[in-house]
Structure formats: structure tokens, C-alpha cells
Design a protein around this ligand. Structure first.
Ligand SMILES: Cc1ncc(COP(=O)(O)O)c(C=O)c1O
Length: 425
């Protein structure tokens, strides 16, 4: 396994870019300076790393692998959507060409309308930019807000790609520990704000913890950000699977929401379009002007066919999506109903919602070691909590994320039976 130098270092020993430059200059007297790249400033992707644990492992036919490591649909989008994309591929010239940097007008319009209706706010097409997936939406937002040495506050446990992008951008991720309910506290965030702070990031429903942040908490973060002249980035990739009916917060109702809020969205989960890479940003027009430079330089425009699929989905799949949401909510219920079996063995359910359950195990061994043993001894692949927090944080050694979206009720039952039987000794 090829770990980078930076990955081998604990987070608190990793240096911000400017410090590294100093180090390289001073140490070059005796030894040639070692050039540290942007990618070396962060760790190996947990998804890539955990896939390596599967290499060379043969799973017995009576105990096939249960993969709860990643939250990605495994089936194709509905046929109508595939047909719309196929038709466009065959007949539309513009489906194959560069398009507008911020995306197709009809998609921007359709999404603006949907956001306005869902959140009861006023969002116009000029407030919406389409990106090549929601990860790119985050990257573009950070590029438009920060420069080297700036700080961004992120709740811990974090979504690892957010942390990786901040590391690679030379932006310090300031960890905000969540409470026992896995929800971050705006007052604790206020205490972390420094002159270099540019933004606060929330993910709701949360990856990895599954919790849906209460509307009042999201509003308090917004008010804090506005008061301090910061931006609040809210990644709502899983909003279509929120258990609450209607708007999960009231930020878009604020007439000047666009001065403080950057809302991120993904078409990946809602319409099973992960491979087509379609995400979105809702923000102020001035912000989008900056974001456009990033997108233009990186991908020039989002892929046309994916956008065409997304428009079709927005216009035709709302009932279907409501059914998908019901199914996910039923799986969440299955986790909650089945959990007492694990609770008896000392496990705790810390959070559950959208695509994820976040759990604590009862064993003395670290979750990273247990995760590898679970692959070979129980045919379960799930990610240790240590992949969602600074290295050395003791909570990570006790926790796991279960990405249950692809496992039905029967699969959840089997998963819990295997975990209940698992005893690392
Ligand atoms: C919180 C969060 N944001 C963004 C993404 C990436 O979404 P996309 O496929 O649209 O890039 C994910 C995917 O797992 C996610 O969990």
C-alpha cells in the first residue's frame, strides 16, 4: 500500500503550506529540500483504501460480502431517464459539445424552481450553477472563498472528501466536535472563529452520522455566519431522503440568504446518476461569478448527457423519488428496530438517517483493525470512525459508519446477526 508522507504524519504534525515552505528553505542547508505536493498534504481516500482490504479475499458462498462502506446506488436509473439520455445522445448535437460553464439553462431553471418550492424561498436560475458532482461544488466554493492559510470550521466526524479538499487547498480545517447527539453547537463554533476563518461547513442529513440537523440549529449557524461576515456552506446531498416532510430549514426564506449561504446539492443519489457527475450550487450571483472561473478552468462545463438526465429526473421522477425515500426510511426503521440485538452486546447507535447509521462498538481493539478483521471473519466491509476525524482522536477508534442504503431489510438482519456473533477476542 502506498501511503503518502503526509498521510503517515498525524494531523497535528502536518504543516500548512507556508510553514512547509519555511521548513524546506531552512532544512535545505544540509539536505536537498523535499518538495511536498498538494496531494501529499492529505490522506489516501478511505474508499480507495478500504477497497484494498478486499483484495485477495475469497468470501464463502454461504457468507457473501455485505458492503456497507459506500453510500452509492448500485442500480441503473429508471428506464425513462435512460431513454431520455439515449435519445439525446442520438439526436441532439449539443449533447456532445461544450456547453455553458454554469450548466444548461433549462436545468438551472428547473432546479431553481424546485429549490424555491421545496424551501419556500426565492431562488432564481441566476442563483444556480451546475457542477460535475457535489464534490466539485464544494471544491469550487472553497476556491471562491479561501486562499492558502485561511480556515474553515467543519464538524467532526467530517465527510472525508471535504477534509481532503481543504488539505489540498492549503486551507486549515478547524475541527468542531459534535455533541453526544452528533449535532454541532453554534456556540462552540463561535469560539473557534479567528481572523482567518472564512466559512463554516454543515452536512445535513449528515454523512457520516446520519443525523438530520434541526432547523433551529441550521438557522443559528446561519445567523452566526452572517454576524461574523462568514459564509455558511450547507451540503444537502441527502436532502431527498430526509425523514421530515417539507423544508428542513428556513434559510432560503431569508430575503438576503444569498449573501451568507452556499447550498450544495447532488443528483447522484436522487436519480442514480453517480457516474454522470451532476451536482449543483445555489449561491449569490457574485459568488457564482467567482465559482465560474474555477469550473471553467477545471472541467469547462458539466457533461451534457448527465445534465439532460437530471432535467428529465426533475421533471418526471418526483413520484418515483418519493418511493425511493420511503424505501430508505424503511431501512432506517429496520436499523432502529434491529439494533437492540447489538445493544445487548454493548454496541450503541449514535445516529441514524438518510443513508447512514453511525455506531460505537464494545471492543478494546481499534475500529481500523476491527474493520479489516470484519472483512475476513464476517464478510462485512464498513468504514472505521477514524476515517472521519483527525488521526489520534480516540472517538474514531470506537466508531463505525454503516452506509445502509444498498442493503434491504433482509440484508440488515443478516448484517446485525453477523455483528452480534463477531467477537474479536
Ligand atoms: C456529503 C456528501 N457530499 C458530496 C458527495 C459527493 O457527491 P457527488 O457524487 O455529487 O460528487 C457525497 C457522496 O458521498 C457526500 O456524501
Amino acid at each position: 500500500m502506498s501511503h503518502s508522507l503526509a498521510q503517515a504524519l498525524p494531523a497535528d504534525q502536518r504543516l500548512p503550506f507556508d510553514d512547509r515552505k519555511t521548513l524546506m528553505t531552512t532544512s535545505s542547508i544540509s539536505a536537498p529540500a523535499r518538495h511536498t505536493t498538494s496531494t501529499e498534504a492529505t490522506f489516501c481516500s478511505p474508499i480507495v483504501e478500504s477497497r484494498r482490504w478486499l483484495e485477495g479475499v475469497d468470501f464463502p458462498s454461504n457468507r457473501p460480502l455485505i458492503n456497507v462502506s459506500q453510500a452509492a446506488p448500485t442500480e441503473m436509473p429508471p428506464e425513462g431517464l435512460r431513454q431520455a439520455m439515449a435519445e439525446a445522445a442520438l439526436t441532439q448535437v449539443d449533447a456532445h459539445l461544450y456547453g455553458a460553464v454554469l450548466g444548461r439553462d433549462d436545468l438551472r431553471n428547473a432546479l431553481a424552481g424546485q429549490i424555491s418550492a421545496h424551501y419556500g424561498g426565492a431562488v432564481g436560475a441566476a442563483n444556480v450553477g451546475i457542477t460535475s458532482g457535489c464534490n466539485q461544488a464544494f471544491a469550487a466554493s472553497i476556491a471562491a472563498l479561501c486562499s492558502y492559510g485561511d480556515e474553515v470550521i467543519i464538524p467532526v466526524p467530517w465527510y472525508f472528501n471535504h477534509k481532503m479538499w481543504l488539505d489540498m487547498s492549503g486551507v486549515t480545517a478547524v475541527p468542531l466536535q459534535v455533541g453526544t447527539d452528533m449535532v454541532p453547537d453554534p456556540k462552540a463554533a463561535a469560539a473557534l472563529i479567528s481572523p482567518r476563518t472564512r466559512a463554516i461547513v454543515l452536512v445535513t442529513p449528515n454523512n457520516p452520522c446520519g443525523v438530520e440537523y434541526p432547523a433551529g440549529v441550521v438557522r443559528a449557524f446561519f445567523d452566526l455566519a452572517r454576524e461574523k461576515g462568514l459564509t455558511l456552506i450547507v451540503d444537502e446531498t441527502y436532502r431527498d431522503f430526509d425523514s421530515r416532510e417539507g423544508a428542513p430549514h428556513d434559510l432560503f426564506m431569508d430575503p438576503s440568504w444569498d449573501e451568507t449561504l452556499i447550498h450544495l446539492y447532488s443528483f447522484s443519489k436522487a436519480y442514480r446518476l453517480t457516474g454522470h457527475r451532476v451536482g449543483a450550487i445555489a449561491a449569490g450571483a457574485a459568488r457564482l461569478f467567482e465559482i465560474e472561473k474555477f469550473l471553467d478552468t477545471l472541467t469547462i462545463c458539466p457533461a451534457q448527457l448527465g445534465q439532460i438526465g437530471a432535467i428529465w429526473g426533475l421533471q418526471n421522477l418526483q413520484d418515483w423519488l418519493a418511493g425511493e425515500r420511503r424505501e430508505i426510511l424503511d431501512r432506517k426503521a429496520a436499523i432502529e428496530e434491529g439494533f437492540p440485538q447489538l445493544a445487548e452486546k454493548g454496541w450503541s447507535l449514535l445516529g441514524c438517517g438518510a443513508y447512514f447509521a453511525y455506531v460505537e462498538h464494545p471492543f478494546s481493539q481499534a475500529s481500523e483493525d476491527l474493520a479489516k478483521r470484519l472483512v475476513t471473519e464476517a464478510s462485512i466491509l464498513m468504514l472505521p470512525g477514524s476515517m472521519f476525524m483527525p488521526s489520534g482522536d480516540p472517538a474514531g477508534a470506537r466508531q463505525f459508519r454503516i452506509a445502509f442504503a444498498n442493503v434491504d431489510r433482509a440484508g440488515i438482519k443478516t448484517l446485525f446477526e453477523r455483528l452480534a456473533d463477531f467477537n474479536p477476542g
